[in-house]
Design a protein around this ligand. Structure first.
Ligand SMILES: C[S@@+](CC[C@H](N)C(=O)[O-])C[C@H]1O[C@@H](n2cnc3c(N)ncnc32)[C@H](O)[C@@H]1O
Length: 195
């Protein structure tokens, strides 16, 4: 399996996943919960951090993380240009040695960017960074088997449930409003960490 060079994608401006706005599903979720005070929020695989900025009014502290230094630099500039403040840093979410713990983790097209063999490390990445009882909100991009040559890699409800159910209680799940070409292909799940 060829590893994706995310940094090269950002350096070349070849970022078809970036829609220049937060996930519509996240916007609707936050609109539905105007009272939400999420505390400390982590957005791994944040890219240009549109979702990070959407969380800012609803959190004490929002942190974005991405593998790509070019994405992180551009995300920081966009955030400052809008007069907003968030910590956006380079990091590998699959390394679980972080000491920082969060109340919420928000996922948007990172899970599908991770090859299937590495997804158990992704689950550990969520578990190790979330406080006990913490919330993990995900916008999964669902793709059928056979689309495994390059990201987004296949992801199904069954796989996601098998990976997360041992560690999280499903609070609710729904098909969110989405970008035109992804409509009906995303699945939003609000999980609560057990223990
Ligand atoms: C498909 S893009 C989605 C970006 C952003 N969430 C969005 O929707 O615009 C996947 C992102 O995850 C980042 N990424 C991939 N593997 C990662 C990892 N192990 N740790 C942190 N970021 C990662 C990539 O650099 C890229 O920005």
């Amino acid at each position: 399996m060829v590893t994706t060079d995310w940094e090269e994608h950002y350096q070349k401006g070849d970022t078809p996943w970036d829609k220049g706005e937060p996930s519509p599903g996240l916007i609707d979720f936050l609109d539905l919960h105007p009272e939400l005070n999420a505390g400390d929020v982590l957005v791994p695989g944040c890219g240009l951090a549109h979702d990070v900025r959407a969380w800012i009014p609803h959190a004490r502290r929002v942190t974005g993380m991405d593998l790509s230094p070019t994405a992180v630099k551009a995300a920081g500039e966009l955030t400052r240009d809008q007069g907003l403040s968030a910590e956006i840093k380079v990091g590998n979410f699959l390394n679980s040695d972080s000491e920082d713990r969060f109340d919420w983790i928000f996922e948007h097209t990172l899970f599908c960017a991770i090859t299937r063999d590495l997804r158990p490390n992704y689950v550990k990445g969520v578990l190790n960074r979330l406080k006990p009882g913490g919330d993990y909100l995900a916008v999964y991009y669902l793709l059928v088997e056979g689309e495994d040559e390059h990201p987004p890699y296949s992801s199904t409800r069954e796989e996601i449930q098998a990976l997360f159910s041992p560690h999280f209680e499903m609070q609710s799940e729904w098909v969110p409003r989405s970008y035109p070409k992804r409509q009906g292909r995303e699945w939003m799940v609000w999980w609560k960490k057990l223990g």
